[in-house]
Design a protein around this ligand. Structure first.
Ligand code: SAM
Length: 353
């Protein structure tokens, strides 16, 4: 295997555009306890068969293969990751891997209050909670579940048990929550969280998407500056998807402009589904089946050679291509609904948004 060592002794595995293999989103389940209209508009889905789900041991093993090739950021996601039983056990296993410098979790917060302490005790570094509205009736309309109060309790619990660096992710949707952007920043201040606005994306599952529902980075900045005045961008040397800004009072917030200004050129993330399919882009329709290799008894070297070959051949820039379609006035859905129904791995909730 030809991997050039870096000064930090971490190997640099780069794709065809020179993007390093660095960040892994590990989906622990495809199930979710919400039905957000922009992600899971249906009530029922074709779920991954249970016997195909990776065990925690398999997840830790595959993660180790990745970290030996340069990954040092791991984010647990889903579906809703808190639906996976005994998640602290996986967190402890991953914390034994000293190559992981940042171990984070993205959750809808519904079951967070009862689990936050166990996550903290297990050594999880950071938590991100998805929060799209502060209005209970809107939450119910969007998610079709009456669990708004529990999300707020979950957010409070994160702070109480001692986590710092809490982030709140908000998908900004015109006509739904675009009148709450300032309120969300104010709420974030109160709970010591940084709010990150995400542009609504046309991805698998987002079957109601249309460009006129996207609140662009420009529009978000306009609304926020009308309330707070001058907004300064924070200059960071980072591959993080969010561009961060600071308000005159020192409050920071971020914008992930994945639709109008995609970050493909610096994207160092790949995704492992709960059944061990490795996707190199959120928009990719084909993945690499690492579970099969693992269960067939392939060696560490064999699987790492697969990962290496996959990453070195990577040419994906899915969000940019999606944007190009839009520019040419093509409203083609990247994945048709029938195909989504046939292959659950094409859904956003299966590959962990
Ligand atoms: N259940 C967890 C949660 O709610 O955070 C983790 C999985 S969820 C798929 C991850 C993130 O993807 C959430 O912040 C969600 O808002 C975001 N997301 C889902 N569909 C989206 C879309 N069409 N556009 C933008 N973000 C989306």
């Amino acid at each position: 295997m030809s991997v050039a060592p870096r000064s930090s002794e971490r190997p640099t595995v780069a794709d065809t555009f020179g993007r390093p293999l660095r960040s892994l989103r590990l989906s622990v389940t495809d199930r979710c306890n919400l039905r957000c209209q922009y992600c899971m508009p249906e009530e029922e889905y074709a779920w991954l068969p249970r016997e195909t789900l990776l065990t925690f041991e398999e997840m830790a093993t595959l993660t180790e293969f990745f970290t030996e090739l340069g990954v040092d950021k791991v984010r647990l996601t889903g579906g809703e990751p808190l639906l996976r039983k005994a998640l602290p056990v996986l967190i402890r296993m991953l914390r034994r891997n000293s190559r992981i410098k940042d171990l984070a979790l993205t959750t809808n917060g519904v079951r967070l209050a009862e689990q936050a302490q166990a996550f903290h005790d297990a050594g999880l570094h950071r938590v991100t909670v998805s929060l799209d509205t502060l209005k209970p009736e809107r939450f119910l309309a969007l998610t079709r579940r009456d669990t708004f109060a529990r999300v707020l309790e979950g957010i409070e619990a994160v702070r109480r048990v001692g986590f710092t660096g809490l982030k709140l992710d908000t998908v900004a949707i015109r006509g739904y929550n675009d009148d709450e952007l300032v309120d969300l920043i104010e709420y974030g201040k109160g709970v010591e969280a940084e709010v990150r606005f995400i542009e609504y994306m046309d991805v698998g599952g987002a079957t109601d998407w249309s460009m006129d529902k996207v609140v662009s980075r420009q529009a978000i900045l306009h609304v926020v500056s009308q309330r707070y005045g001058r907004i300064e961008p924070i200059l960071e040397d980072s591959s993080a998807p969010a561009q961060r800004f600071v308000l005159p009072d020192g409050t920071t917030f971020g914008i992930i402009s994945s639709t109008t200004a995609p970050f493909c050129s610096t994207c160092d993330r790949s995704r492992l589904t709960a059944d061990g399919m490795w996707f190199l882009c959120l928009y990719a329709t084909v993945g690499v089946d690492l579970r099969q290799s693992l269960r067939d008894g392939a060696s560490r070297e064999d699987i790492q050679a697969l990962i290496l070959a996959g990453w070195q051949a990577r040419r994906d820039r899915g969000a940019e291509q999606r944007k190009e379609l839009e520019r040419h006035g093509v409203r083609a859905r990247l994945v048709e609904i029938e195909r989504l129904r046939e292959d659950p791995r094409l859904e956003m909730h299966t590959r962990g948004g």
